[in-house]
Design a protein around this ligand. Structure first.
Ligand SMILES: [Zn+2]
Length: 159
């Protein structure tokens, strides 16, 4: 009876020691062969998540809203209801409309006016240069590119 218990305890102790030995000094060759099985799913998961996030960002990223101006639109009004001429765009006070860039006449032949963006002086839209400051106003499809036609009064050293 006591020998049976001693044998059982000895075999239990031996199995505990075997278990501890596996934890303390594992079979490194077998574990090294298992590394790809652990790394590959993690790599695939990373690629899937990052690819999905980039795709979602590309689909939902904030984009500027571009609206090309087609045709004439009404002139803005100030607080008193008087029309405010736009700067750098041809307009007609008589029609109360602002026209697209490069328009010099209304449909019924009225000459349009434009306000110089640099000095604020109004001139005919047919004139490319400002008579006051010499600014050459080139406006294309809602994008205004303004450059002076030459050095400012006083020479190029001031510029
Ligand atoms: Zn000017």
């Amino acid at each position: 009876m006591s020998g049976d218990i001693g044998t059982t305890l000895t075999s239990a102790w031996t199995s505990i020691l075997d278990l501890v030995a596996k934890v303390v000094s594992p079979d490194w060759n077998a574990l090294i062969l298992l590394i790809p099985l652990v790394v590959a799913p993690l790599l695939l998961l990373y690629l899937a998540v990052s690819g999905g996030l980039w795709t979602r960002f590309w689909v939902a990223k904030p984009r500027p809203k571009v609206r090309w101006e087609e045709g004439a639109h009404p002139m803005e009004l100030d607080a008193g209801g008087a029309p405010v001429p736009p700067v750098g765009l041809p307009f007609s006070f008589r029609a109360g409309l602002v026209y697209p860039p490069d328009t010099v006449r209304t449909d019924d032949g009225e000459d349009l006016a434009v306000v110089c963006p640099m000095c604020g002086v109004e001139r005919a839209a047919q004139l490319p240069n400002c008579g006051n400051c010499g600014l050459v106003l080139t406006v294309r499809r809602g994008l205004a590119v303004a450059r002076p036609s030459g050095p400012p009064p006083g020479g190029a050293a001031i510029a």
